[in-house]
Design a protein around this ligand. Structure first.
Ligand SMILES: [Zn+2]
Length: 442
């Protein structure tokens, strides 16, 4: 078979899911192919399985071998702010003063297209260095911050979800839109980017405090106007924030109710944090099909609280959950590190322990399902888009020492998520092409 530049293959151990590990035992949910082969063409996986069987389809296809690595579907980050990457590690505040002191001044710089382009480039290359191939991303209030982001994502071929932040009150004047200008700018960005190549748009009110009821209503109108749009915002992250929402919206039954009344609670709604939730709120999220983005490093960094993962996932009314890094309040862009922190937070929040298989599910197949992208990403299977990350369990001397003592897949994965970060990502493939390779970067 003649090879074309769009056809590639990789060989190595790979892991993927055949069932939800929150519903089935890990051994039934996870598939491990110890010596696997994945063939990709025109951005999709065409064949995968045991090397001994699938190599018959190789022909002249260029092959990259990753011995001693573990290949997974690319990671999915369900909540992150690309403009805040420069404000990561800002000391001393909880949510509201942290926004005022550090974040609003940082986001104001995105009036400059140069700043936006430069930051989008850095951010997306950092995502790829961390094995993340899809993310739900907040831009700033400036429409050009969205153009800069999607332009770079389109150049790389990544599947990204992003949107312009809507803020028409309670923020500095240079970061304010109006209900109408926010609507018009969002509509123009949706027309330009939603469904263009692999790019998808999210209507993005920052949170209830910085939007008037009129702006939230118009955000709901945008969602009703175009099929398949996402909605992302913050929900019940911090107690002072919740008190402020209560005083701004005294006639609503809860914080979530503010969004629900504006029509922002559908199946493609992604709510960041959702720490301080009532049983009624969880049940509402279950029935409306929305997704909660659990951001453990951010919640620890800002002292916001512990997300009750196993409450959210109660079998009689499970809510979709995915993981978010929430840079700049989060402390790492690594989903491996985020999985490790999610494990610790699960112990803080209750007595059910997050398993390694469950953590990997939340960062790959489970996130894809929550975002209604499971027919395209999140699994390694023929027909899926070829976004993969290659993990190296021996990336550091300590990891090599610990990994040498692991005997099960669960132990290998757990070692990766507790000790791993960007150093443990050997390579990242997007759309069937290698976009990051640690050896080349070194
Ligand atoms: Zn956030």
């Amino acid at each position: 078979m003649p090879h074309t530049p769009t056809r590639h293959a990789i060989r190595g151990s790979y892991v993927t899911f055949r069932a939800d590990p929150f519903a089935a035992p890990a051994a039934d949910a996870l598939v491990l192919e110890e010596d696997g082969l994945i063939i990709m063409e025109h951005g999709r996986i065409t064949h995968c399985g045991p090397y001994a069987l699938v190599r018959a389809h190789l022909g002249e296809t260029p092959l990259t071998h990753y011995p001693d690595c573990l290949i997974s579907a690319g990671f999915i980050d369900a909540h992150v702010h690309y403009p805040q990457i420069s404000a990561i590690a800002s000391w001393g505040e909880q949510l509201l003063p942290w926004l005022e002191q550090y974040i609003f001044p940082t986001e104001a710089q995105f009036a400059s297209m140069d700043v936006a382009r430069q930051t989008a480039r850095l951010f997306l290359s950092e995502l790829l260095r961390n094995g993340t191939t899809t993310a739900a991303v907040y831009c700033t209030v400036h429409p050009q911050s969205v153009d800069a982001f999607f332009e770079e994502s389109a150049r790389l071929g990544t599947r990204m979800i992003a949107g312009k932040v809507l803020m028409d009150r309670n923020c500095p004047p240079n970061l304010q839109d109006t209900a109408q200008s926010g609507y018009d700018q969002s509509a123009a960005l949706i027309a330009r980017w939603h469904g263009t190549g692999r790019q998808l748009y999210a209507v993005t009110p920052r949170f209830a405090i910085t939007s008037t009821p009129e702006q939230l209503e118009l955000a709901g109108d945008l969602l009703r106007r175009t099929q398949g749009l996402y909605m992302q915002t913050h929900l019940a992250e911090n107690l002072d924030e919740i008190a402020a929402v209560r005083s701004l919206f005294p006639h609503h039954s809860s914080y979530l109710d503010v969004y629900a009344k504006a029509g922002l609670d559908g199946p493609r709604a992604i709510f960041g944090h959702a720490i301080h939730m009532s049983e009624h709120d969880f049940a509402h999220c279950h029935h409306s099909g929305c997704t909660l983005a659990h951001c453990p490093t951010s919640n620890l960094f800002l002292g916001s609280g512990a997300f009750r993962l196993f409450d959210a996932l109660k079998p009689d009314r499970p809510v979709h959950v995915a993981l978010g890094t929430d840079i700049g309040a989060g402390t790492s862009l690594s989903l491996l590190a985020t999985m490790g922190e999610a494990y610790k937070v699960s112990l803080m929040a209750g007595d059910t322990r997050l398993s390694a298989a469950q953590a990997l599910w939340l960062a790959t197949a489970g996130a894809a399902r929550a975002l209604h992208l499971h027919d395209r990403i999140g699994h390694i299977a023929p027909g899926m888009e070829a976004d993969l990350c290659v993990m190296d369990p021996h990336a550091t001397p300590l990891m090599a020492q610990r990994s040498a003592r692991t005997t099960t897949l669960a132990e290998r994965l757990f070692t990766l998520m507790v000790l791993g970060d960007d150093r443990a990502i050997r390579a990242t493939w997007v759309n069937g092409k290698v976009v990051h390779s640690r050896a080349e970067a070194a």
